[in-house]
Design a protein around this ligand. Structure first.
Ligand code: NAD
Length: 478
């Protein structure tokens, strides 16, 4: 793994530097800039769980960056790298991200210092429930105050435990399920949440390619088909992004970087097969249908069209930024490019789709899940059959006209099948996500193209987000 040189700012400092760069181009009232930038509070908890005959102590965090809107929202990460600096950086990014994609939340983030692979499932359940208890009793898990979601090292399973723990502690709260998102479908989740962040990455790239002037800045030709894509991290986000881009848009996944090394194949790797291999063997080593590269991080420098870091922060830094050849980087992970690397890449003309936009699909669909939980009804339940019967009316009428006039034509069965199918929850979620990603990109692209002093999409995204947060503070006072 490429390490950030010591001289580089920390993750939180990197986020602040990028924030400062944007606010220097804004005219905010004195003091408001500082109010928006600082993290409101970080709670640190140390708790013990009796495991394997002894008490083990765990350290966890929940940071609340901004409460200009409530509840605040942000994932819970399980990783040995979790620390206060990281959690605060991630919480700040959540504030900006939510503002950018117009989901009505402030920013938060949580983390537990743990390597989940070292524990049995029942042990993880005990640890998660205890962590959730500590957070819930301080309103750091609460449907109207603070709503966590999955992040690195956590998923549906952990979210279901958290929801159940909260419900046990709040037996009369009718909205208890809305205390956390990313739950499995059978436990109050929503269809399309697991794929949402990767799906959002795909929608972000599609929208970028719909903007010819923006695309021209990369020097790439039109269309995603045939583009060579390198993905780092084949976890939830990276896997879904790679899968959809290759299966639906014809991109070639020419590199996959994992913990134990990387795989490359210029003809395109089979994402499903690699994912299956990792699930079985714990890494990419030994996979036959591709070339194994021991020094996985070196593949970040491989010649490709689109580089998608989807694992962890700081992987593109002062030590390797100058060697990155991709003309476009899509930050599916949070903070994969350090502030110093950002400067180098900008100077080289590399276009970066920034994390706060690129991976906002997760929080967007989490928002839909929360709304579903609060409304206690699944999306599409009221309207789907009504929509189908209205479409059936049109089809029947067209067929009647055809019969009555004797003109020999018939509707394409494929069209008929698609047209007659009313939108269910999954279709509605994808439609809402697509709309969100398009609208947010258009706002950023406008700023990027219309202002001479805005050199990149990251600064444009910060400008859009900070302006909205400032408006919200101005409207409600502090
Ligand atoms: P995950 O745990 O499902 O997947 C992470 C993947 O990265 C795993 O396959 C892991 O093996 C791999 N990995 C870990 N260390 C690596 C290394 N040093 N080199 C290469 N690969 C490595 O996590 P995820 O949910 O997919 O999250 C990934 C990133 O996306 C994080 O930055 C997270 O904050 C961000 N994100 C996630 C979501 C979400 O909905 N899950 C939403 C927004 C942003």
């Amino acid at each position: 793994m490429t390490k950030s040189p010591k001289s580089e700012p920390s993750f939180r400092e990197s986020v602040d530097l990028m924030f400062n760069r944007a606010v220097s181009l804004m005219d905010l009232p004195p003091g408001l800039e500082e109010k928006i930038r600082v993290c409101n509070a970080t709670y640190t908890v140390r708790f013990g769980v009796r495991l394997r005959g002894q008490i083990q102590t765990f350290v966890g965090y929940r940071s609340v960056h901004s409460e200009h809107m409530e509840p605040v929202k942000g994932g819970i990460r399980y990783s040995m790298g979790v620390n206060q600096d990281e959690v605060e950086a991630l919480a700040a990014l959540m504030t900006y991200k939510c503002a950018l994609v117009e989901v009505p939340y402030g920013g938060s983030k949580g983390g537990l210092c743990i390597d989940p692979r070292q524990y049995e499932e029942y042990e993880l359940e005990m640890i998660t429930r205890r962590f959730a208890y500590e957070l819930a009793k301080r309103d750091l898990i609460d449907p109207s105050q603070n709503v966590p979601a999955p992040d690195m090292g956590t998923g549906e399973r952990e979210m279901a435990w958290i929801a159940d723990q909260y419900a046990r502690m709040n037996t009369t709260d009718i909205n208890a399920k809305a205390c956390v998102t990313g739950k499995p479908a059978h436990a109050g989740g929503i269809q399309g949440r697991v794929e949402a962040t990767g799906r959002g990455v795909q929608y972000a790239i599609r929208e970028f390619f719909r903007h010819p002037d923006d695309l021209a800045k990369t020097g790439m030709s039109d269309g995603i088909e045939g583009k060579r894509v390198v993905v780092q991290g084949l976890g939830n986000v990276g896997y879904h992004a790679a899968k959809f881009l290759s299966e639906e848009d014809g991109a070639l996944i020419t590199g996959i970087i994992e913990r134990d090394g990387a795989l490359t194949d210029d003809r395109g790797l089979d994402v499903e097969a690699v994912r299956g291999w990792i699930a079985k063997h714990g890494g990419v080593r030994g996979y036959a249908d591709g070339t194994f590269v021991e020094d996985g991080a070196s593949v970040l420098e491989k010649d490709c069209d689109i580089l998608i870091p989807a694992a962890l922060e700081g992987v593109i830094n002062l030590s390797n930024a100058k060697n990155v050849k991709a003309p476009m980087i899509v930050e599916a992970a949070n903070g994969p490019v350090t502030a110093g690397a950002d400067d180098i890449l900008r100077d080289k003309g590399c276009v970066i789709i920034p994390d706060m936009y690129a991976n906002a699909g997760g929080v967007t669909v989490s928002y839909f899940e929360w709304v579903k939980n609060l409304s206690h009804i699944r999306f599409g339940r009221m309207g789907r059959r009504q929509e189908e019967s209205r479409h059936q009316l049109i089809v029947d009428e067209l067929e009647r006209l055809s019969n009555d006039t004797g003109i020999d034509w018939e509707l394409n069965p494929n069209f008929k099948d698609k047209y007659l199918r009313g939108a269910g929850e999954l279709e509605l979620v994808r439609s809402g996500l697509d709309d969100t990603m398009r609208t947010a990109y258009q706002a950023c692209s406008r700023v990027w193209n219309e202002r001479d002093d805005v050199a990149d999409l990251r600064t444009a995204s910060y400008l859009v987000a900070i302006d909205r947060i400032a408006t919200s503070y101005r409207a409600k006072g502090l």
